[in-house]
Design a protein. Sequence first.
Length: 133
Amino acid sequence: MIDNDVERYFANTFIVKNRRERLLYELNTPGKRYDGLSRFCHNAKDLLDPSRIIMEGENIERDHAFYEFSRDHDELCYVISPDLYEDGEYLFLDDALDIATIGLDAMIIIGSTFAVVFDEPMKGGRDKFLLSE
């Protein structure tokens, strides 16, 4: 089930100010949600607040610091995904990362004080971002 409060938290905390309302509008409009998520994940680097990015790259999940972060923050997280089975679900961070890593869809994983964004795979790689308050 879609959790508007968590999605609002994500936008207000991790998205640049002038793009928050547009992203929230698209996420909260059923006919626009999929396209809005796709558009976000193709432009995540431009939409994310740079002061909130603590790690980024194509292989951050292989970095020891990322592993330590995920181990220390393995809490129940909210998932935004174009996959209807996962979209709006709450999963433990470790489980959500497993799905995001092996999957080909974009995914936003939102914890209590952090978020992890997986872009859609593109020619040349797949960007990933670890964000924190």
